[in-house]
Design a protein around this ligand. Structure first.
Ligand code: ATP
Ligand code: MG
Ligand code: MG
Length: 554
């Protein structure tokens, strides 16, 4: 519910119910099935479903599938999965293509009323004739064809007698209107293409500006909520509803698009990333798609809270990606088990620990949520720590392990380094330490203090695992610098080469049976999700969702 975010759309709806203009609210979420949904769509979903829910109304999921060349069943399926995963249930599932016959009849009605005509000008000529903001448009020489001739030509268009681009149907409105959208917009075009729903039944397809208001009216949508780039189309939207003599009169209301820093968001660009093989599909964890965020490990709760916090205003500045990360940390903090994983292992031999022996140590599963209970962590003579938790020659203020220094092993003992083993090239390959049995975690030892606590896993029982660390695919500063240089190269030339790092490490043996999409907080490393695509028996793959620290402040 958007209850806590009173916003201007809610005020309009409330007024319409109070005045009796409507007695129920119907909204729709109308994606075109030409790609996967992204985080921007989540805003539209939350507004449309959330507002209707608040007023006990209804929301349709409607596929705005009027452009057969770009649409595909794969997208239809993925969109449904993503809407459900975000936590929303549609009342009716609709396809704009189911209304093609009715739309055709409404176009015939316009022709009969002298409000539409078949034009033979080509696309380029139509653009030229349209004029500009400072220059009125010119009428097409075909504008004054008789209704009879138009009806016959439109029917022949439908029957497939012309090639793509030979003719279009245009609304006859006003070539001198200050609003360019009203200068006789094209409402039907010829496209000999197979449609994912209607097959080869049609070779003419309605344009968005004509189809959308009709779809809304057919479904008795009361409030048609869309993004601000459609503001200039509102007069045309109303014209279509009026002149097509629709019984229902939906009201279009615009809100600001949601944009994020350090990402690309348009479906066209996202599709390029997929088609060029730059990402591992639409659900690559670096994608701002709902499926990508899901695979990376974001939760529906985090996405919903984030979107609600960004609000419903008309503005559309880019929101800091750090804010989205803030919400996933908040959501996972109490829910996800804590564990230890070593991403870049360095072997430590504890020389005074009896050979061949081991013990089980107790550790809280989540100290911030004691109800989650305890876990068992094995400990023995050989363990792994992180390579960068040891330095042979440390700078001042380095409180981790170095020769002669003592640190705490989380949930275990103090250890002190006394020897460094190197290979022929001088690389540290192993370090030798002693441990102090008196310092066992949980015994209340207070004899002396150490400044560093590091994590570890037992070398004998640890499970190998793969960790995938991510950075943004595109960086705003790089894109901006490219633009300033006047570069008009594709954004594909500016992909961050470090956007993914794959490393092999170890995890606690009690994680043997983790399942795809399980989420954990790895001590000091952040939150991770078990990747559902690459995880296989004997090969657990973790995607880092976020690191632990954030510079973001609400
Ligand atoms: P894109 O430009 O990314 O391809 P689109 O607007 O063409 O997106 P549609 O499938 O037509 O995508 O979108 C369905 C609904 O989602 C529309 O009502 C649209 O206004 C809304 N929507 C799309 N992108 C955003 C966004 N970034 N923020 C808020 N709403 C959005
Ligand atoms: Mg669209
Ligand atoms: Mg689009």
């Amino acid at each position: 519910s958007l209850e806590h975010n009173s916003n201007f759309i809610r005020t309009i709806i409330k007024g319409d119910l109070e005045s009796g203009k409507h007695n129920k609210v119907i909204t729709r979420f109308p994606p075109e099935p030409n790609g996967y949904l992204h985080i921007g769509h989540a805003k539209s979903i939350i507004i449309n479903f959330g507002l209707a829910d608040d007023f006990n109304g209804r929301t349709n999921l409607r596929f705005d599938d009027t452009n057969p060349l770009k649409e595909d069943q794969e997208y239809v399926d993925a969109i449904q999965e993503d809407v459900k995963w975000l936590g929303y249930e549609w009342d009716d599932l609709r396809y704009a293509s189911d209304y093609f016959e009715e739309m055709y009849q409404r176009a015939v009605l316009l022709i009969n009323k002298g409000k539409a005509y078949v034009d033979d000008l080509n696309q380029e000529q139509i653009r030229e004739y349209r004029g500009t903001l400072t220059e009125p448009g010119k009428e097409s020489p075909y504008r004054n064809r008789s209704a009879e001739e138009n009806l016959s030509l439109f029917e022949r268009m439908k029957n497939g007698e012309f090639q793509n681009g030979d003719k279009v149907l245009r609304a006859k409105i006003d070539m001198t209107s200050p609003n360019l959208n009203m200068r006789d917009p094209v409402i039907y075009r010829i496209s000999h293409a197979t449609h994912h729903n209607t097959g080869d039944q049609w070779c003419i397809y309605p344009m968005y500006a004509f189809a959308h208001p009709l779809e809304d009216a057919i479904e008795d949508v009361t409030h048609s909520l869309c993004t601000t780039e459609f503001e200039d189309q509102r007069p045309l939207y109303n014209w279509v509803v009026q002149e097509c003599e629709m019984e229902s009169q939906p009201q279009q209301i615009e809100f600001g698009r949601l944009n994020l820093t350090n990402t690309v968001m348009s479906k066209r660009k996202l599709k390029l990333l997929v088609d060029e093989g730059i990402t591992d599909g639409w659900d690559d964890p670096r994608m701002p798609t709902i499926s990508g965020l899901r695979r990376k490990g974001f939760t529906p709760e985090a996405i919903r809270e984030f979107v609600k916090e960004t609000g419903v205003s008309k503005g559309s500045g880019a929101v800091d990606e750090a804010m989205l990360e803030h919400y996933v940390r908040e959501d996972l903090k109490l829910k996800s088990p804590r564990t230890m994983g070593v991403l870049r292992p360095l072997k430590v031999v504890i020389t005074n620990y009896p050979e061949g022996e081991s013990e089980m140590l107790e550790a809280e599963i989540n100290p911030e949520n004691p109800e989650m209970g305890m876990r068992q962590v094995p400990f023995s003579r050989e363990i792994y720590i992180e390579q960068d938790d040891f330095m042979e020659d440390p700078p001042k203020k380095y409180f981790r392990l170095f020769p002669g220094n003592e640190v705490r092993l989380k949930h275990a003992y103090f250890i002190k380094c006394h020897d460094v083993i190197k290979d022929d090239e001088g690389n540290v390959v192993e370090i030798h330490c002693t441990y102090d049995p008196e310092t066992k975690s949980g015994t209340g030892f207070t004899g002396r203090k150490v400044k560093g606590t590091i994590h570890w896993v037992d070398a004998n029982s640890a499970i190998p695992a793969e960790f995938r660390l991510y950075e943004p695919l595109v960086l705003d500063e790089v894109m901006k610098a490219a633009e300033e240089e006047g570069e008009d190269k594709m954004f594909l030339d500016y992909i961050n080469p470090n956007s993914i790092e794959i490393i092999k490490g170890y995890i606690e043996p009690n994680m043997e049976n983790v399942q795809p999409q399980d989420k954990f907080q790895f001590f000091r490393h952040g939150y991770f999700n078990v990747d559902p695509k690459h995880t296989a028996p004997g090969n657990i793959v973790f995607n880092r969702i976020v690191s632990l620290k954030s510079s973001f402040k609400l």
